[in-house]
Design a protein around this ligand. Structure first.
Ligand code: ADP
Length: 246
């Protein structure tokens, strides 16, 4: 190939990259706007159902409940899309900032407190003695913790407890999220990190879900230089372990 050809080709590639980056930004902004509108609908439906605008007829109540359910499904889908976009961020840069893992977990658990209360699942964070700070991407790590805690809540049974622990070992912090919920069958254990996979017992327990969360989680953990593994027994529970280098 001639030198001019190579130059023309690399110019074309650069143009294409800019175009893709622009499209990525547009999709990202539209998805954010979509989620904001869906969240607004959620509160409007809730106000109507709570009778804030006056009593509803049984038929109106049924219709609003149905709309609210399908709105919830859209919120889950759009949130997963946003996380995927975040992971596939074209720059693929992972920021390096000082992160206090204990504080970050506290923030995530606070966000899930009403959901876990609603489902009768207790979140127990066994706080370690002071730990060194991580130098990592806080926003991406937050997605990892959110996905693992959300799954532990979703796939637990009422009255169950979820234990979250952190330990320090071999220049790494090890985060573990342990539930005693529905578990994952031997047969399904090899598939759970694949995009869109949802085990049958998970679909029965929880209709809302896209099967994207764990694939996003694994991509992020590996992007942060860490690793993720799990142990599970059907009908007994699951423990996910994330190792993050210090
Ligand atoms: P989603 O929760 O939306 O289905 P995920 O990608 O987060 O998608 O998880 C993929 C699948 O892995 C789930 O559908 C479920 O079958 C299984 N799974 C993940 N976490 C758990 C858990 N804590 N307990 C039991 N099954 C789980």
């Amino acid at each position: 190939m001639q030198e001019q050809d190579i130059q023309a080709l690399s110019e074309k590639c650069a143009k294409l990259e800019t175009q893709i980056a622009r499209q990525h930004d547009t999709v990202s902004i539209s998805t954010h706007q979509l989620r904001t509108s869906l969240s607004a609908f959620k509160w409007i439906f809730k106000m109507l159902l709570d009778g804030d605008t006056g009593p509803l007829t049984p038929e109106q109540q049924k219709l609003i409940e149905k709309s609210m359910q399908s709105n919830e499904r859209m919120i889950v889908l759009v949130s997963d899309m946003l996380n995927s976009l975040h992971v596939e961020d074209l720059s693929l840069t992972y920021k390096k900032e000082s992160v206090d893992l204990v504080a970050l977990i506290d923030e995530v658990l606070f966000d899930f407190s009403s959901e876990s209360f609603k489902r009768g699942v207790e979140l127990l964070f066994l706080k370690p003695s002071p730990l060194p700070l991580l130098h990592t991407d806080k926003d991406k790590l937050r997605i990892v913790i959110q996905n693992l805690v959300e799954n532990a809540i979703k796939y637990s049974n009422t009255g169950d407890k979820v234990f979250i622990t952190i330990t320090e070992e071999n220049h790494s912090l090890i985060l573990s999220v342990k539930d005693s919920g529905i578990g994952i069958s031997q047969e399904d254990q090899g598939k759970i990190f694949s995009k869109f996979f949802r085990a049958t017992n998970a679909q029965t327990k929880e209709q809302l879900g896209t099967g994207l969360g764990l694939s996003i989680t694994k991509t992020i953990v590996e992007g942060l230089g860490g690793s993720i593994s799990f142990k599970s027994t059907l009908s007994e529970g699951t423990t996910f372990v994330v190792t993050l280098p210090l």
